[in-house]
Design a protein around this ligand. Structure first.
Ligand SMILES: *Cc1c(COP(=O)(O)O)cnc(C)c1O
Length: 392
């Protein structure tokens, strides 16, 4: 064996791309214990603080007492329980769709849905900055891939004019809120293009669900084009504080996904505790408490974004709770996050392959549970470290 595991690890290290996990003790909240040290958490997707919310925890406990721990089988065998159907009903009413299907995770949804919709002879149009799980789904599908520049709907229009008619089925797929940049897809333009070319449109709203639009219905709702998006996919593991994913779709599309999505068919379905937490989360985000949490989240995000810009950082355009600062190469990025950690601020440096080479960044995320003076102090520290490393 010439290509040893050891050499491969050395190669990852030599490129400054080595990664490892970090242990958080206790419950997810605005401040957490990291390796015995209390730090301000600025890299969690628990945007509304629901991951530690008692309403979700109590719903989970009750579900375990009533239904036990596991579903015992995949959905099409004997693993469809009352809670699966209740959650799909709740998603249908939340998204005002005709129907909905629950998946085991966002990654499983994307790798299950895309190959169910397109294959050899079909075309997929994908934003260059789409999430890795979308990229994986496209690879699995075997459809012809056309990547367009980030949010560049004019380039997409050109690609579809040239190639649209030479494929059996066409799918446009995009993040709703981009996970590493925090900006929103031009959904109005994408809906117009999908109509013009008789294509399908899929929006992955992992970061918009529970956060964007009225009652947190997502970025398509915020853009006023919910009816124009064929597959509105979202996840339960981020703002909704639970785990799993959904696709809000037509009744026919749901039937197709049930019959064709391999990640749906060949995997044990979500357990009762998780389903019950997701149900409680959907109820909560549509309640006055949900409105209040969203208001705090948006206020915190706006404050933090403005303060980082005023400090002199390069922050990509956007209005969401995802607020990256561009730092350059992976070496300076990792020194940056290391220095922040020493000052009690936990934020991840993001490197290739998560983002394109040369656009390494520290990705900060605001949460409803942050206090303004915590964020204020954090910006002071981030500014100090930034000037020391020559990033400001
Ligand atoms: C997190 C994320 C996923 C994956 O969702 P999981 O439920 O964590 O597997 C998919 N798409 C986007 C845009 C994401 O940010």
């Amino acid at each position: 064996m010439n290509r040893t595991i050891h050499n491969e690890l050395e190669e990852i290290r030599s490129h400054g791309l080595f990664r490892s996990t970090r242990l958080i003790s206790g419950r997810q909240s605005a401040r957490v214990m990291l390796s015995g040290l209390e730090v301000l958490l600025l890299c969690s997707n628990n945007y509304l603080g629901l991951a530690g919310h008692p309403a979700l925890a109590e719903a989970s406990i009750r579900a375990i007492e009533r239904y036990g721990v596991s579903s015992g089988a995949s959905r099409l065998v004997s693993g469809t329980m009352e809670l699966h159907e209740q959650l799909e009903q709740a998603v249908t009413s939340f998204k005002k769709s005709e129907s909905a299907l629950v998946f085991n995770s966002g990654h499983a949804a994307n790798t299950g849905i895309i190959p169910a919709l397109v294959g050899r002879g079909d075309a997929v149009y994908s934003d260059r900055l789409n999430h890795a799980s979308i990229v994986d789904g496209i690879r699995l599908s075997g459809a012809r891939l056309f990547r367009y520049g980030h949010n560049d709907h004019l380039q997409l229009a050109g690609l579809m004019d040239r190639h649209g008619s030479s494929h059996g089925r066409s799918l446009i797929v995009t993040d709703g809120i981009f996970s590493m940049d925090g900006d929103m897809a031009p959904l109005v333009e994408l809906v117009a293009l999908k109509r013009k070319h008789d294509a399908l449109l899929m929006v992955d709203d992992a970061h918009g669900s529970g956060v964007m639009g009225r009652q947190g219905r997502g970025s398509a709702e915020l853009s006023g084009v919910a009816d124009g998006v064929d597959i509105r996919m979202g996840t339960f593991g981020k703002a909704l504080g639970s785990f799993g994913a959904y696709a809000a779709v037509s009744a026919e599309l749901r039937e197709l996904l049930v019959n064709r999505s391999r990640s749906f068919i060949f995997s044990t379905s979500l357990p009762p505790a998780v389903l019950a937490a997701s149900l409680a989360a959907l109820e909560l985000v549509q309640s006055p408490e949900g409105d209040a949490l969203r208001e705090r989240l948006h206020a915190n995000a706006a404050f933090f974004r403005k303060a980082l810009l005023e400090t002199g950082f390069m922050v990509p355009e956007g209005t969401s709770q995802i607020i990256p600062i561009i730092t350059g190469n992976s070496d300076v990025t990792m020194r940056f996050s290391g220095a922040l950690l020493e000052e009690g601020i936990f934020a991840q440096g993001i490197r290739p392959p998560t983002v394109p080479a040369g656009s390494c960044r520290i990705r900060f995320t605001a949460m409803a549970t942050h206090r303004i003076n915590d964020l204020e102090q954090a910006v002071t520290v981030i500014g100090k470290v930034g000037s020391r490393l020559g990033v400001v």
